[in-house]
Write a protein that binds this ligand. Structure first.
Ligand SMILES: [Zn+2]
Length: 140
């Protein structure tokens, strides 16, 4: 890979790297689960695509998708330079996400995907409502 990044590209990459392991977004979601008293989740549960949170009793999985790497339609903006490289990378991720989702659904798992942007503090109320609409307690 070339080593020269434009300023825009660099900031995109830095933002993406921060979002990549999704550590901070995962922690934010975990905190929100606690706040909303949503329990029964596991981390590191062995399933295709390595879901961020798995609710085994509910047969439900939750992924937190970084806006950049997973091609968020709202603001997963793509770098203007080396488009081919980035487009290929992001498109591969999007199709992998789709196939993971359908594989899990075929196995009888409910799949919930949450965008990184839904975990912004300003969006917390909306996400809380979305989470609370899910019937978490069934099967508990
Ligand atoms: Zn987004």
């Amino acid at each position: 890979m070339a080593d020269k990044l434009t300023r825009t590209e660099r900031s995109l990459v830095m933002a993406a790297v921060r979002g990549r392991g999704n550590r901070s977004t995962e922690l934010r979601l975990r905190d929100l689960f606690r706040k909303l008293r949503i329990t029964g989740w596991r981390r590191g549960y062995p399933l295709p695509g390595h879901p961020d949170f798995v609710f085994p009793k509910l047969r439900m999985v939750v992924f937190v998708d970084g806006c950049f790497w997973h091609g968020c339609p709202k603001h997963g903006r793509r770098p203007k330079s080396r488009c081919e490289y980035w487009n290929a990378k992001i498109d591969t991720n999007i199709s992998r996400d789709r196939s993971v989702t359908s594989r899990l659904r075929l196995k009888g798992w409910r799949v919930i995907r949450i965008w990184e942007h839904e975990l912004r503090p300003t969006a917390e109320l909306r996400l809380s409502r979305r989470l609370l609409r899910i019937d978490w307690l069934r099967g508990e």
